[in-house]
Write a protein that binds this ligand. Structure first.
Ligand SMILES: [Zn+2]
Ligand SMILES: [Zn+2]
Length: 265
């Protein structure tokens, strides 16, 4: 068993649960602690069943529930990059919450949590020290690449190796341009340290398709500058125009609201 639950995925909160027979890990915890507990309870799990949490970066839609989680579960390890873990420790000092469980990711770039192997890689985003993760179990793997303005060759190599790439499809270019955000915010989102547009994810998915990958999960779809159907349509038309039969693909979209939808690898 190797399952991915994209429990929450949007600009208002992100949290993934990865489950095997023996192990449960979370990637990000960007919703309130109550929502975390309720989501796990729905799956007949409790916070004490979590073996570790891996944080991508410090934006609130990725860490909202973290302080309360640590306060209530002080021994469950929290992994984060060097810069992110320093930031988290600082914010915990300010909140007067005891912490001994924040572990800085360092070389070599992988770690084993029971039957899971987790590799981290740097991503291009306007956070302190953001990372993505490739999570492997046996010969299967999930790569989570969300909140990034550019797909570097390094990020691409992790996506290319995975059975299920999870790629953000954050905004539609026209909706962002025509939308109500101030110019500076629009520039930030569409810049090299912002987010991927539907067109950007279409291009990377096309490249991955040319390398034989057929399963994709689109994530972190903006509530203001995108519509799930439009994201999927853009990606499917990119594939069709390049001569692919889209019926041969599984392209799913992670729900922005709490969902128990599961992807079995
Ligand atoms: Zn985010
Ligand atoms: Zn972010």
């Amino acid at each position: 068993m190797f399952n991915l639950y994209p429990l929450f995925s949007s600009s208002s909160g992100n949290m993934y649960l990865i489950e095997t027979e023996d192990t449960n890990i979370l990637v990000d915890i960007g919703v309130t602690y109550k929502k975390v507990k309720d989501a796990l309870n729905t799956l007949n799990k409790d916070t004490s069943d979590i073996d570790a949490i891996f944080i991508t970066h410090e934006h609130s839609d990725h860490i909202k529930g973290l302080n309360m989680f640590i306060k209530n579960n002080p021994t469950i390890p929290i992994y984060a990059s060097k810069g992110t873990s320093a930031y988290l420790k600082n914010s915990l000092i300010n909140s007067k919450i005891e912490f001994n469980n924040i572990i800085e990711l360092c070389e070599p770039k992988f770690i084993n949590i029971k039957d899971l192997n987790i590799t981290y890689f740097n991503i291009s985003h306007d956070a302190i020290d953001p990372v993505g993760y490739k999570i492997s179990h046996g010969d299967k793997s999930i790569t989570i690449a969300t909140d990034l303005g550019t797909i570097t060759n390094d990020v691409y190599s992790y996506l290319e190796e995975s059975s299920l790439p999870v790629i953000e499809s954050n905004y539609d270019k026209n909706m962002l341009l025509a939308g109500k955000y101030p110019f500076e915010v629009k520039r930030r989102i569409s810049g090299p340290y912002g987010h991927l547009s539907n067109e950007d994810s279409g291009q990377v998915i096309l490249k991955l398709a040319q390398n034989g990958i057929r399963n994709f999960l689109l994530s972190h779809v903006s509530e203001n500058n995108n519509v799930p159907d439009l994201a999927k349509e853009t990606i499917c038309s990119t594939l069709s125009l390049a001569g692919f039969n889209v019926n041969e693909f599984n392209i799913n979209i992670a729900s922005k609201d709490f969902s128990t939808e599961v992807y079995e690898l």
